[in-house]
Design a protein around this ligand. Sequence first.
Ligand code: SF4
Ligand code: SF4
Length: 309
Amino acid sequence: MVETVLEYLRKKGYPARIVSVGHLKEVQEEIEKLNEARYLDQSMYKLFKDFHNFSIPASPDQAKSIFIVASPSPVVKINFNHEGMSFPVLIPPTYTEYYKKPEEIKQYLNEILESYGYNAVRVTRLPEKLIAVHSGLAEYGANNITYIPEFGSFFLLSAFYSDLPCTDTDETWNKLRVMDRCKNCRVCISKCPTAAITEERFLIKAERCLTYYNEFKGTPEFPGWIRPESHNCLVGCLRCQLPCPQNRGQLDKVEELAEIDETETSLILEKLEFEELPPSLAAKLEDLNISMYYHHLATNLKALITQNS
Ligand code: SF4
Ligand code: SF4
């Protein structure tokens, strides 16, 4: 029955795995051990701890398993217009699809589960990458991004709690490791503009990653040690994904999603409060799912425009 559900999702274009909810405790302990071994910067650890929620919900009735599902997710391009010039800027995979795509997957998942009397609900605050790698769905790269054969690193992971039981024969629970290919490749290490990826350890230094500074609320905007030309995306960073040999064949999947006109671009650069934006612009940013990063958007955009003027 588990096999039938996974096959159903695969036919829809979504590779997936199932694991027992019992593994959540192990994942939690794993994170605590990394912290105790002082592998985690304390501000990152706090962010991680505050964000994740490992408590198992009461609904669906006594959740027994977690489905972890991959869906293709392209790089997105948005054109900003400023002082007579057009500035195409990129957003890495997953950002714009984080809410919409899982809803579609949940419908498919429930279509098949409900025919057997089971159910699934989406869960957003789990460490999806860790679960995907343990489950055998994905592999870690040296850049701590996850990869699967079908999509390289250009995919979104969605997790769902289900009341469908998961036995030992239904699941795989692998040890964490990086892809074999990374052993003889240093491309992402050499391309990372902030030296966040090192050879000495499996975990990147997340507190040096650009994402930490251009995405999370409350983090300092562009400390002096980050060179201005390092910034390459409206939010997040693609420097360790685009040149990765594992992503060959994926790079043409750039989707152009929006045009932001001169007036709209100026309003963002002027740091107008989000609530004061014209409703049409606010709706565009919400539709792209970047309104949640509005606190850093003006600074990020300014850096990209300055570089390309
Ligand atoms: S660039 Fe090379 S080392 Fe880095 S994740 Fe890709 S294959 Fe691994
Ligand atoms: S996302 Fe950018 S800053 Fe972060 S590790 Fe990759 S290349 Fe380095």
